[in-house]
Design a protein around this ligand. Structure first.
Ligand code: NDP
Length: 333
């Protein structure tokens, strides 16, 4: 039998933007699922870099806002008109990307929710979902990576970076990975980076390493989630006809640049978001199936950095922003 749904719950809300002091762990009403929505009892909540962008105001949003874009758990109730074709029932184990996930319960559009296959734990499903799907779409859609390509992955032991390295290895590509400290080098290699550079002033030289590895040609693709501090260098690292995939702002937003710079190498710059690759139900199902299949394959592993209680959300944000984490940080409501 299902636990009754309470009237109130804990959630993490912001009313203003700023540092971690604006994160409020407080009691608010449990949402009622609207038409086409599922009410999900969250078991694990994913921390993603984007959560810090909403907190700081880099990405604007109406307030108050419950943070969080990703969680796994069980279906507690179905709203009216949830299509039967989606096959959802109370108690199903599910994972989703949707708003207001930093909470005990979340009402989420049913079409954004996937059932977790048997054999995959709810913690792994949450840990892998958003970042694994991002990595998959980057190498399939933003730049279709070919076996034998040299590729540069920034923050190679990060959430997205770790998946990129593993997927690129499976594709037969050759990966140069950057990390922020010595302690991350071995993990980056274990996850599939062929060459690892410590990207800190006075340490490794990323451009020089790229040139050495590629005989001066540059890499076919740069996957750059660091943004402001690295974008210009990424343009220098890319090969003729290559792609700079700028998909994030861990160091701040990329500044405007002149497109005429691209003609030096006929390079392409892409600025993708996962949301626009997984826009339709078919797209979400296609890439989720690929991810789940990978997760059942022993060649791939899910790296969970740590799991904190939801009340410790400030510590989670501080950890990810201070470059301490490797892999996924989870919150438990
Ligand atoms: P990560 O776990 O990768 O954490 C960010 C990492 O970036 C850090 O661990 C750090 O690794 C590196 N980094 C380099 N410079 C800085 C800096 N100045 N400040 C902070 N971190 C820095 O986070 P995610 O996997 O959640 O996200 C990675 C990137 O991908 C983010 O930019 C995120 O916004 C983006 N993203 C974009 C998506 C999209 O749809 N476009 C979807 C998902 C994520 P190190 O110290 O080793 O260099």
């Amino acid at each position: 039998t299902m636990a009754p749904i309470p009237k109130m719950m804990k959630a993490v809300q912001i009313e203003t933007t700023g540092g971690t002091e604006v994160l409020q762990h407080k009691d608010i009403p449990v949402p009622t699922p609207k038409d086409n929505e599922l009410l999900i009892r969250n078991e694990f909540i994913g921390v993603n870099y984007i959560d810090t962008y909403f907190r700081t105001g880099l990405y604007p949003s109406p307030k108050p806002m419950i943070l969080g874009r990703e969680a796994s758990g069980t279906i507690a109730a179905l709203g009216a008109q949830v299509p039967g074709s989606l096959g959802f029932a109370n108690g199903d184990r599910v994972v989703y990307m949707g708003p207001s996930a930093y909470a005990e319960y979340t009402a989420c559009p049913a079409e954004k929710v996937m059932k977790i296959p048997q054999g995959i734990t709810s913690s792994d499903a949450c840990a892998a979902f958003l970042q694994g799907l991002t990595a998959l779409t980057l190498v399939e859609e933003t730049h279709k990576v070919q076996s034998g390509d040299w590729v540069l992955v920034l923050a190679a032991t990060g959430g997205v970076g770790g998946w990129l390295c593993q997927i690129l290895r499976a594709k037969g590509a050759k990966t140069i990975g950057t990390v922020g400290s010595e302690g991350k080098v071995d993990i980056a290699k274990q996850q599939g980076a062929d060459v690892v550079v410590i990207d800190r002033p006075g340490q490794g030289d990323v451009l020089k390493t790229v040139k050495e590895c590629t005989g001066g040609q540059g890499v076919a693709a740069v996957f750059d989630g660091v943004g402001k501090d690295t974008f210009e260098r990424s343009l220098e690292c890319v090969a003729r006809k290559g792609t700079v995939a700028s998909f994030g702002n861990a160091s701040g937003a990329v500044e405007p640049f002149l497109i005429s710079k691209l003609s030096a190498k006929n390079a392409k710059v892409a600025r993708p978001t996962l949301f626009n690759y997984l826009f339709t139900r078919e797209e979400l199902e296609h890439y989720s199936a690929k991810l789940f299949k990978m997760m059942m394959d022993e060649k791939f592993s899910v790296r969970i950095h740590d799991t904190y209680p939801l009340a410790d959300v400030a510590r989670a944000h501080t950890d990810i922003e201070s470059r301490k984490t490797m892999g996924k940080l989870l919150l438990k409501p």
